[in-house]
Design a protein around this ligand. Structure first.
Ligand code: 1CP
Length: 343
């Protein structure tokens, strides 16, 4: 039994006494306590693959910040790794794939793995987190969306345009479809593994949705998201497609519980497009949290009023930046918890 199930109730469209709140990337570099465990782990990959340490940093924001949910500490890139494409983390630079997948021939190295074996450390961490949380708040599991993983697997690293990934959609559609299908199958199995281990809801991050046009997103990406939503029936699913305002209606048509919004989306416009039957999550500009406390409180209140008191999960419009002051984060969380909606 969960003592605080506000997020689950909000996701399911049940009444809540107040708006629940968590932050994307809350388990991470904003906390000095995270940086200490990260140092102890020696490397990012060691932290991700050591269940005791991953569990510890997952729970830190619940204890330190008072958020209404924990999110499993991991990374979206563990899925390509399990499929045969290991990543490396360059200190201070971010992740990179030494090898890439760009042709039918390369695809021979990529398989749909037995996730329980390849990603065994994930359910182990989930079980430890659930034990330690002891029902205080729900645990969110996650995966990268197939398109976002496709971007990293073809490009090999972050990019502003992901033009290698986009090029392959038009230059070699048979390869692109085959790779997307394999990623989607693996993602479904991976999310089901997380659910079986005990996560209470899941979020799918399509961080690079915004590099595609509306038609290509609808025809090439949405079918995979649909398969994921239809497969995960046990817990509420949140779809977060960043910079993809053009796809908001397509996403709202899928059987997901919650639609995540980046900060560029107008909450009232999104509500109109999405309709009344989905929960919205978001969407304060993370940069607001660099401001003084009064500004953070004012902007957060403005956002809360725009969404209204029900069917909303408060969050930022993207992950919290590593150098945002913890005091700003606290001010955001406390403002949500204390907010009285204008009747
Ligand atoms: O040394 C470090 O601490 C590295 C920083 C870091 C952290 C803390 C990375 C590298 N990943 C993570 C954890 C992480 N990644 C979480 C933890 C749970 C939480 O939210 O608190 C989550 C959900 C992710 C998901 C993730 N990884 C996304 C999707 C969300 C988003 O921000 O858009 C993406 C795109 C990644 C790839 C990735 N991993 C790390 C970096 C720096 C990046 C971006 C790479 C790039 O595009 O250049």
């Amino acid at each position: 039994m969960l003592t605080n199930d506000l997020i689950l109730r909000a996701a399911r469209g049940e009444r809540v006494e107040r708006t629940p709140v968590w932050l994307m990337r809350q388990a991470g570099r904003i906390l000095k306590e995270y940086r200490a465990v990260r140092e102890q782990a020696g490397s990012f990959i060691n932290l991700v693959t050591t269940p005791e340490l991953a569990a510890e940093v997952t729970i830190q924001p619940v204890d330190i910040l008072g958020v209404d949910a924990a999110i499993l500490f991991s990374d979206i890139l563990v899925v390509p790794e399990a499929m045969g494409l290991p990543y490396v983390m360059d200190e201070g630079k971010g992740p990179r794939f030494p090898e890439v997948v760009r042709s039918m021939d390369d695809l021979k190295r990529i398989h749909v793995p037995d996730v329980a074996d390849a990603l065994h450390y994930v359910p182990a961490a989930i079980k430890l987190v659930k034990q330690d949380l002891n029902g205080r708040v729900p645990l969110i599991g996650f995966a990268g969306a197939p398109w976002t993983l496709f971007c990293y697997m073809t490009e090999g690293k972050g990019s502003k345009t992901f033009s290698v990934a986009r090029r392959s959609l038009y230059a070699d559609p048979a390869f692109a479809t085959a790779l997307m299908d394999r990623i989607t199958d693996t993602t479904i199995a991976y999310l089901k593994l997380q659910v079986a281990a005990g996560v209470d809801m899941v979020q799918v991050f399509d961080s690079w949705a915004g590099v595609l046009d509306a038609h290509t997103y609808r025809t090439f990406v949405v079918p995979g998201l649909k398969r994921i939503c239809e497969a995960i029936t046990e817990v509420p699913v949140t779809l977060f497609a960043k910079d993809a305002w053009f796809a908001t209606a397509d996403i709202a048509a899928l059987p997901c519980a919650t639609v995540g919004l980046d900060w560029a989306q107008d909450p009232r416009w999104a509500r109109q497009v999405v309709g009344p039957d989905r929960t919205l999550q978001g969407n304060l500009d993370p940069c607001v949290l660099y401001a003084d406390g009064a500004t953070i409180a004012r902007e957060t209140a403005r956002m809360l009023d725009a969404f209204g008191p029900q069917r909303h999960i408060a969050n930022l419009g993207h992950g919290v930046y590593p150098d945002i002051p913890v005091d700003g984060v606290r001010r955001f969380i406390d403002t949500v918890k204390e907010h009285n909606h204008r009747k």
